[in-house]
Write a protein that binds this ligand. Structure first.
Ligand SMILES: [Zn+2]
Length: 723
């Protein structure tokens, strides 16, 4: 061993503030060049808790400054780096002090680094060897209370390496011991780190339902309302509308603390609905720490893991708010509410009735809703977009299939109509009673607070004015809160009387007898209709027989039965119709028989032909179009162009713009023109000046440009002729 023990070395434990006795101790490894540089004392304790609980260790670390002086460094050249107090030595990432130390070493300013033990410097081999490497290159010494080491010396290097390994191993041992202790307590179902809302922890460590009735009632209300509303957002809205607050109890060592009434927030509701404790189960290790390295600014997030990977799971261990079955049902519902490919999502307010439960019969994928127009949703299978394949599955307008489902659902509901109104009345009554009871508890609490403030005020001696004034103010405040709450309660009872009025009763009865009108009633939202459909129907599979108008529909009812139906959809052209050949023969036959367009339309409808538009009869206009298509009409417009007049096609190629753009300019009144009476051909007037203007307008019209100078969009006055 080349390491020379320090002669006369001993810890310098002096009283604070007293001048320490510095006895010179020397090591032959310390060269004059080291003494010219700084001696750095590195101070660190792992947690703030340790800093408070173990002041002795901290004091010993600071005293190393005297040790540096004893080794020969002048006092002004000894610096202490203590920025890393309360940080673990597990990694150098967050430790700014350690990084500063490394920088100082590389700048060749450091002759000696002192630490109480080597474990203060690093508990990770990687950081430790990095430091050793730098110290060896820049000739810096390392020292602790046992001696001084030179990292460029082979034997010292070996010893330092061992010390680093030992300190890393020590950390692992400590962590394992701690974690095993935690797990052992958890396995007995006795470890409660955070107390869930609605529960209280007794000084004995036992978890019980919150002793406050209002807190317990609120938790029950949340679960009941989730059953009814079915989504966390809906639940949140209900709580906010009715001004319902959650009583959160602070937890102290001596037992349950005060209740604080807080506004609900979405994450609290999610946690509450997902937490198995409310079903009486004790769970530990439900979340797993993220494995990816986290950026320093990112908050620590944990992800949930499946039930069979929970470290501890004990059923019926704590008092429950809901049954286990109800917990499982809630999880399924929350899972379905997620707007992912595999789940149906929550019933929202869009007009498409079957969004989320309509599946493609060809590939089995859930169909997406697209809007060509805000009121005309369209269901479409988008497998071809996701897999970049040829389009094989079709889509259909929502109107037809929605009507089919609405009819089927109403038919199923018919027998339930008699019991419906009784149920509605009962629900109505129960809901009001529940809100009433919630209000009663809030009022009771406010009155109690006011009474207590009054008693406190009465108890104080009038001479003690300072205290009396404070108590008086408190009393007044609690009285004001009480009055305000009473006003709110009065408003509430006025808007929602406890008993259902006779008028309401009649309305409910009338509505529940007539299901179709209930379905279409103004108060029934799109989301309500969707909820009803989802109560009865599990999924619907539609198979579009491409390219025709025919669609096969299979309704999978809740409970397992399946009913099959035929439907039609709108198609783009007559040639797509399944009966296109027969239709043509019939039209030709009727036309050659001398029938007019309206007569042909009537006959086609009587024969039961499907038109191009789903569930709509043939019209005169459609038949005219058919006749033109089959070449059975000669009544075309004879187009005669006046001076300066252009057909749209010709003008568009002259200007180098699209025909549609030109028609749009005509519609907006930016050019003069006319439509032919029958074929509605667009004819535009443009003389040489107008052509110049239109060319400039074309250059100006770029995508995203909506405003144009007025002179570009005002057509030149046309002397005589139609607009
Ligand atoms: Zn498909």
């Amino acid at each position: 061993m080349t390491n020379t023990p320090l002669i006369g070395s001993r810890p310098i434990c002096q009283q604070e503030n007293a001048e320490p006795l510095i006895r010179s101790i020397r090591s032959p490894k310390i060269q004059p060049r080291h003494l010219d540089q700084q001696a750095v004392v590195y101070v660190r304790q792992s947690t703030p808790h340790q800093m408070w609980e173990h002041p002795e260790s901290r004091a010993r670390q600071y005293e190393l400054a005297h040790h540096a002086q004893a080794l020969g460094w002048p006092a002004q050249q000894v610096i202490v780096i203590d920025e890393d107090q309360g940080l673990s030595g597990q990694s150098a990432e967050q430790r700014l002090g350690f990084q500063r130390l490394l920088t100082e070493v590389t700048l060749e300013r450091v002759g000696l680094i002192l630490g109480l033990e080597m474990s203060r410097l690093a508990r990770s081999s990687k950081d430790w060897h990095h430091l050793l490497e730098l110290c060896a290159v820049f000739g810096t010494l390392l020292g602790d209370q046992d001696g001084v080491y030179d990292p460029s010396d082979t034997n010292d290097r070996l010893l330092l390496g061992l010390k680093g390994t030992m300190s890393e191993f020590e950390l692992c041992t400590m962590r394992n011991r701690l974690q095993r202790g935690i797990l052992h307590k958890a396995e007995r179902g006795e470890l409660f780190i955070a107390v869930p809302f609605g529960y209280a922890k007794l000084p004995t460590g036992e978890l019980v339902l919150d002793p406050d009735e209002q807190v317990r009632e609120t938790v029950k209300l949340i679960f009941d309302k989730f059953d009814e509303i079915g989504s966390v957002y809906g639940l949140m809205g209900y709580l906010v509308r009715n001004n319902i607050r959650l009583g959160v109890r602070s937890q102290q060592r001596s037992g349950p603390g005060e209740i604080e009434w807080r506004r609900p927030c979405r994450s609290t509701l999610f946690k509450l609905l997902h937490h198995p404790v409310y079903a009486g189960a004790y769970v530990f290790g439900r979340k797993r720490p993220r494995t990816q390295p986290k950026a320093s600014t990112e908050s620590y997030r944990r992800s949930g893991q499946p039930e069979d990977e929970w470290k501890v799971f004990l059923r019926d261990r704590v008092p429950a708010y809901i049954s286990w079955d109800r917990y499982v049902a809630n999880q399924e519902r929350l899972c379905k509410n997620r707007s992912r490919l595999a789940s149906s999502g929550v019933a929202r307010n869009g007009p498409a009735l079957l969004a989320g439960i309509l599946y493609c019969g060809v590939c089995g994928r859930r169909m997406n809703v697209r809007y060509r127009h805000p009121d005309r949703p369209y269901y479409r299978c988008e497998r071809h977009l996701e897999q970049a394949t040829e389009r094989t599955c079709g889509g259909l307008d929502a109107a037809g299939i929605d009507a089919l489902l609405a009819g089927q659902v109403q038919r199923v509901l018919e027998p339930a109509a008699l019991t419906l109104h009784l149920q509605v009345l009962e629900d109505h009554q129960r809901e009001r009673e529940r809100l009433e009871s919630h209000w009663a508890k809030r009022l009771e609490r406010a009155r109690y607070e006011a009474n207590r403030a009054e008693r406190q005020y009465q108890a104080v001696e009038p001479e003690n004015r300072l205290v009396a004034r404070t108590l008086e103010r408190k009393w007044e405040e609690s009285l004001a809160t009480c009055r305000q709450l009473q006003d709110e309660y009065d408003r509430f009872t006025r808007s929602q009387p406890l008993q259902v009025s006779e008028e309401e009763r009649q309305r409910i009865m009338a509505l529940s007898r007539d299901i179709p009108s209930l379905w279409d009633a103004e108060g029934t939202s799109a989301a309500d209709r969707k909820e009803i459909v989802r109560c009865l129907v599990d999924r619907i599979a539609v198979t579009v027989h491409q390219p025709s108008e025919r669609v096969a529909v299979a309704i999978h009812w809740q409970g397992g039965s399946v009913s099959h139906h035929d439907a039609v959809r709108s198609v783009a052209s007559f040639s797509q119709l399944a009966d296109a050949g027969r239709l043509r023969t019939r039209v030709v036959e009727l036309r050659t028989g001398g029938s007019s367009a309206s007569a042909i339309a009537e006959q086609l409808n009587a024969d039961g032909f499907s038109s191009r538009r789903a569930n709509r009869p043939f019209t005169k206009h459609q038949v005219e179009h058919l006749l033109e298509l089959y070449g059975l009409t000669s009544k075309r417009d004879v187009v005669r162009l006046g001076p300066g007049e252009w057909l749209v096609g010709k003008l568009s190629s002259t200007l180098g713009i699209g025909r549609e753009k030109l028609r749009e300019w005509f519609r907006k009144g930016w050019v003069h023109g006319r439509l032919t009476p029958r074929s509605k051909l667009c004819i535009i007037w443009a003389d040489a000046d107008e052509l110049k203007r239109l060319r400039r307008l074309r250059t100006h019209s770029k995508p995203g440009v909506s405003a144009h100078p007025p002179e570009l969009i005002t057509p030149k006055k046309r002397a005589n002729g139609p607009r």
